[in-house]
Structure formats: C-alpha cells, structure tokens
Design a protein around this ligand. Structure first.
Ligand code: NG1
Ligand code: MG
Length: 486
C-alpha cells in the first residue's frame, strides 16, 4: 500500500512507553494542550551503493530502528512552534509562508522547515495551518545514518497530516528528496526513499526515475553492525559533497560531448548510459579510455565543451536552487542561496576536478550494488563471504577513488575486518560518521568486544573510550514511516 495509513492510538511496540512519555511531555511544554497525532520517520544504514543515487544508479540500504518522532497538534494561526526533548536544542518558531531556510545557521530545525516548505510547494493552493510540535530523535547526528532526511520526512509528513492532506509514500519520498535540497546540498533520493518506503525485515534495492523499491532478503546467519568513527562532517556547511556531485556531472558531459550528444541536457551518468545504449561496464571502459587521469581545470573543461568558463558554471555547476530563487519572499532565503551560489562559483574557478577516478568509482559501485542483490537472491554456500568482499571493495573505492573516507574511518574498517567482519565499509556520505560491517551471527559477540577494545577503549585518543558503549550497535532492517492518531 502506497498511501500513508493512520493507526488509531499508539501502536503496541517496543516504543510504546517512549510514545506515552512524549504525549505527557507535549502537554507540559504546550500548557495542557492535547496532541492529535504522532509521526515517525526512521534513519537508514546504506549497505552498499555510496554516492551513486545522485548519478541515477540503484542503491541498497535498510531502515534502522533509530528515528525521529513528532507529536503535534494543528493550530488556528500559521505559526509553527517547535521544541525538542533534548534540551540542548532550543525551542523556536516560524511563520508558514514567511520563513527562510539557512544552510549557514544550521539551526536544528532548519531541516524541519525544508519539509514544511516541501508540502507548501506541492500544494500551493492550500492555506497551510501552523502547528505545535514536539520532536524526539534517536539517530546520531552527522553520522551518515540520515538524521537530516528523517527530520525532513517527519516534517513533511507532520505538515501533511496536520492539514488533512493525503499523500502517497512514493510521492512523499520524491518530494522530500527535492525539498531537502533547500538546505544547499544536492543529494540523491536514497535517504528519503528508505525512510518512507522501508518494510520491516527486508533491506531494499532503490531505483530512481521512476522511484521503485524491491525487497532484498538478507541471508540467514548474517548480522550488520554499525560503529561510529567519532568524527563528524556537517555536509550542509562544507563543499565536499557538492563538489563530488559536480565532478560526476562534468565527467558525464565531457563523455556525452565526445559522442556528439547534446551534452547540456545530460546531467547524470545513468542518463548517458541510456542515451548510448551501453552496459555499465561498457560505459566504464569508454570513460576510462576517454578521460585522462590528471585532474581537470574548469578552463580545460570549458575548452573541451566549446563554452566560456562562466557559461559552463551556469550550465553545469549551478547548485540546484532554482526553485528557491523563484520563490522570492515566499519561503526560501534568496540572498543566502545566491551567496552560496556565488561562493560555490568562485571556489569552482580555482578548483581541480578529479573526473576519471570519480566516474570509475560511480560505475564500479553501481555494478557492485547489482551483484550484492544477486548474491542475496542466490543460494550459494559462500554468500556471506561474497557480500563481505563487495563491501570491502566498496570501501576501498570510496577511500581511494572517491576520496570520501577519513583516517578514522579507514582505521575503524581495518579494525572491524581484523575483528572478524567479512566486510566493512563507510556508510552515508563519509568524511567521518559511521561504518557498517557484515559479521557472522555466531561471531557477533566476539566482534563487538574486539572492536570496542581496539578502536575505543585502548585507543591513543582517550576521548574514544567514554563513548564506546553508544558507538557500536547491531541493526536489523526496520520499518518505514508511520502515523498514529492519539
Ligand atoms: P548522508 O550524508 O549520509 O545523509 C548523503 C545523501 C544521499 C547519498 C549519500 C552518499 C542527502 C540527503 N543524502 O547522505 O542521497 O548521496 O550521501 O551515498 O543529501
Ligand atoms: Mg543527511
């Protein structure tokens, strides 16, 4: 069923007690007002397929139990009042139709605003009501487990439900992938799709254009363990992520130009693959034969494509904020977005672009995702070893070709392998955050003990020891969004 169904009352599940406490807390925060609904959106761990969703290729994550929950009541005015059970996150408010979203401020609820704006843009004729909201989150932040998208999805769902709007889960996932870009990052749609469409007990193969999910049954006898490297990257406040997106686009356009295609209209490697009628492997070969190993300058790329550098910037590198610029005065902080754009362009002129290695990562990773799914569907005795090997290859490619790992993540994944993992890799955008490891169920305990000792307790970095307990957890495929009428 694609529509979001609404359960009556708090569902009986391991979270029941937490939800009851949230209702009580809501009443305290908002002077005795009774909340009407509860929405929940989970985070995800990506098992394989990193940095390829925005290239149009399928990815293979699963939802985790950690989530963002909102309890809320609609208001008569158009004020959104928002608070958080974690008191280090200050309560705040904004007016629907009159707020700005700032990638710079990174207020904890900037992502919530993205979700509200997403519903506002999809239903422009709707006079959206305000609401009183209490948020409770259990996903570690900036850890690659998609706390940001869970908050965006939760916000969009909350806004829809508070206004009596019915929206399908697939529509919601696509809308949220678009509106999360208002924060300034040009991500793909993996995280929002995982949060909206996950089903308990299965990992998922997510394909794009059109968005489609296939359940993936993980082999019996394996466990996935998430470990935190204890370093973080705020993706919205740095350029690493968007530069990778640009590199993939520029590589694609040079290759399209080399084949006399209309390169301006081809922006993703998957679109080029379809236009050329090649397999992923054939496209990889063509790319490696055509692109040189040395980094490209913007001048060189502009010459290759017979345009000026400024034309190239405006055709190919503009962050995807056009929607925001059209929305002058309605919702998005236009001067800020323009500032971000200008900062991006100035940077671009000096920037060197690693095209060959990046495209090699994307296309080999796209193949590994399909192989991973095939191995899960097969019956061979060495399935776990094969899955582990694909995960190791993925990490290696992220680290060496895509350069989105970090010293800590490389150290952590090494320790995980030494501790018995069949495979270990960074998960999410990288440059910090978490790793995910594939471990035989019977080795789970020894694995956890060994990683705890080697990476956390006995590390030279004494700050790691105190965080050991909260930094390692096994995880099973969890369920996607749900809504309960309170
Ligand atoms: P993180 O940074 O882990 O939330 C980001 C993108 C994904 C995907 C991964 C890399 C967003 C919301 N998420 O995830 O779409 O590109 O990086 O595989 O931008
Ligand atoms: Mg994120």
């Amino acid at each position: 069923m694609d529509t979001v169904s609404i359960a009556d009352g708090i569902p009986q599940n391991p979270n029941e007690e937490r939800f009851k406490q949230l209702v009580e807390k809501f009443k305290k925060v908002y002077n005795g007002i009774q909340p009407q609904f509860l929405c929940r959106a989970p985070g995800r761990v990506n098992l394989i397929g990193e940095h390829i969703d925005y290239c149009g290729y399928s990815v293979l994550p699963m939802a985790i139990d950690q989530d963002i929950v909102a309890v809320f009541a609609a208001s008569d005015n158009n004020e959104v009042e928002i608070s958080n059970t974690d008191e280090s996150f200050q309560a705040g408010s904004f007016t629907i139709g009159k707020f700005s979203i700032s990638y710079e401020k990174s207020d904890w609820y900037e992502y919530f605003k993205c979700g509200v704006q997403g519903i506002h843009d999809k239903f422009p004729d709707f006079n959206l009501k305000g609401m009183k909201v209490l948020i409770d989150g259990t996903i570690p932040r900036s850890a690659g487990l998609s706390s940001s998208s869970a908050l965006v999805v939760c916000a969009a769902l909350t806004t829809a439900i508070a206004n009596g709007i019915t929206i399908g889960k697939t529509d919601l996932a696509e809308r949220c992938a678009e509106c999360e870009k208002y924060i300034g990052t040009q991500g793909g749609g993996m995280d929002q799709a995982a949060s909206c469409l996950a089903r308990s007990g299965s990992a998922m193969l997510i394909s794009f254009n059109p968005l489609k999910i296939q359940d993936v049954t993980l082999p019996v006898g394996c466990a996935f363990v998430v470990t935190h490297s204890l370093t973080e990257l705020n993706k919205a406040a740095s350029d690493h992520f968007n530069i990778r997106v640009s590199e993939c686009r520029l590589a694609t356009q040079i290759l399209a130009h080399a084949k006399n295609l209309d390169w301006r209209s081809i922006r993703k490697p998957s679109e080029l693959q379809i236009a050329l009628g090649l397999t992923i492997t054939e496209l990889e070969k063509f790319a490696l034969d055509t692109l040189h190993k040395l980094p490209y300058t913007l001048n060189e790329i502009a010459d290759l494509l017979s345009v000026t550098v400024d034309e190239l910037i405006s055709i190919s590198l503009k962050p995807n904020v056009n929607r925001g610029i059209e929305l002058v005065g309605i919702g998005i902080d236009t001067p800020l977005l323009l500032k971000a754009y200008i900062r991006f362009c100035v940077l671009k002129k000096k920037q060197k672009f690693e095209l060959c290695n990046r495209i090699k990562h994307v296309l080999s990773e796209a193949n590994r995702v399909l192989l991973f799914k095939q191995v899960c569907d097969s019956n061979t005795h060495d399935r776990l070893e094969k899955l582990g090997e694909l995960m190791n290859q993925s990490h290696n490619s992220c680290s060496k070709l895509y350069e989105c790992s970090s010293n800590e993540l490389d150290e952590l994944t090494d320790i995980c392998r030494q501790s018995g993992a069949l495979g270990s890799r960074l998960t999410g955008a990288g440059w910090g955050g978490c790793a995910v490891s594939l471990v035989r169920e019977e080795n789970l305990h020894t694995f956890i003990t060994s990683v705890r000792d080697k990476f956390y307790i006995n590390s030279k970095d004494t700050k790691r020891a105190v965080k050991a307990e909260q930094s390692i957890f096994p995880t099973l495929p969890g369920c996607g969004i749900y809504v309960a009428r309170l």
